[in-house]
Design a protein. Structure first.
Length: 378
């Protein structure tokens, strides 16, 4: 188990690296390939587009074939995408490379959740998933200053070739190390009983939709340094918190802190740089409970639909970022004063968080804590 956990950590670290790396190499790539601004925009969004579109298909693949081979094969394609980008001479080859990288990263986080959820009880799966998420989040730091130094010394193509080799090594490790999980059909015969209804899971929809609101501020509306460092630091505390408190307590407390931070920023957006930085960092750190919420979902999903259910919920996380970016942009376009604009933006954030928290507390099924997970066989 230790070997597979370290392999999952490495794979997630690679995924987190690719989520952020284009912010460093993108401008250099654009200059080198003489891209027009519109081409640069398409290139920057290609990764996230393919990543988001594949969440449900990946879930279906997990339900049908398990985690190991879909995850490993798609990661090989991602490694090929990074190599294609490294050798590209124009927009279309670079665009295809970015799309392939998104495909390679699409199964990683959900594969971690699905694999651990099939092997362990919800509580243990949640702790292990939080551990993988914590270690893997270091990839976001690697894609910052270390990548800038590497690119300055050896160029962006060398950086992409190195990332390609790393992704390929992770893919081969996944194929060699992960245990075979039972098919959904065989597990269904031994572990699943009674009836299941979709409304049991609806309480998590607002939570998933708002999980990454803080990431919206980090990516486009706030300086990333403090929020990124604070978010990674708090992610390492989550596995230990799960040893002491139940997932409901952690999600509820996290959302209450985020709601209070958004309200503080809404009413006093220009009070001080310290309060603004603290509020933004707390909002960004809310995303750390992503694996906890997904582990709750696994406890309610029937095994035959676990992959597609996780894929649908994970898609909501990306849709939430997209929707919030659009709303914030529309509010900024009202041409109000800076204080009024940010007051409205944080007010909208607080409203969304309040709705999500209310639904979570009021509608969460009592059966979540007691629900067990299937035990895998070799």
């Amino acid at each position: 188990m230790r070997t597979s956990l370290s392999v999952l950590c490495s794979a997630f670290l690679a995924s987190m690296y690719f989520r952020s790396y284009f912010g460093v190499v993108g401008p250099v790539v654009s200059d080198d390939l003489a891209l027009a601004p519109v081409e640069f925009g398409w290139l920057a969004s290609a990764f996230f587009g393919s990543f988001a579109l594949l969440q449900i298909p990946v879930g279906i693949a997990f339900d049908r074939w398990g985690v190991r081979w879909p995850m490993a094969s798609m990661m090989v394609l991602g490694a090929a995408g990074s190599a294609l980008l490294a050798s590209s001479s124009g927009f279309w080859s670079a665009f295809a490379g970015q799309v392939a990288i998104g495909i390679g990263c699409a199964p990683i986080f959900m594969g971690v959740l699905y694999y651990l959820g099939r092997l362990h009880s919800p509580d243990k799966a949640g702790r292990l998933a939080a551990t993988v998420s914590s270690v893997g989040s270091v990839g976001a730091l690697i894609s910052a200053s270390p990548l800038s130094f590497f690119t300055a010394e050896w160029g962006w193509r060398a950086a992409c070739w190195a990332a390609s080799a790393t992704m390929l090594a992770c893919a081969l490790s996944i194929a060699a190390s992960l245990r075979r999980t039972p098919s959904a059909r065989s597990a269904l015969q031994t572990t699943e009983g009674g009836t299941w209804r979709l409304p049991k899971l609806l309480y998590l929809v607002p939570i998933c939709f708002t999980l990454s609101l803080g990431g919206t501020f980090r990516n486009a509306w706030a300086g990333p340094y403090l929020t990124g460092v604070f978010g990674i630091a708090t992610s390492f505390a989550l596995p230990f918190a799960l040893l002491r408190w139940r997932s409901r307590t952690i999600v509820t407390a996290t959302y209450m802190v985020g709601l209070l931070s958004a309200l503080l920023l809404a009413f006093t957006p220009g009070f001080s740089i310290l309060s603004a930085s603290a509020g933004l960092a707390l909002l960004y750190a809310m995303g750390n409970v992503h694996p906890v919420a997904m582990t709750e979902a696994q406890a309610l999903l029937p095994i035959r639909m676990r992959g597609i259910g996780l894929g649908a919920l994970n898609t909501l996380v990306f849709l939430g970022v997209s929707a919030s970016s659009s709303v914030f942009g529309a509010l900024a376009d009202l041409h109000l004063s800076a204080a009024a604009t940010y007051g409205l933006i944080f007010g909208a954030t607080a409203t969304a968080l309040a709705i999500a928290l209310s639904v979570y507390v009021a509608c969460r099924p009592k059966a979540v804590e007691a629900q067990g997970a299937a035990t895998a066989v070799d």
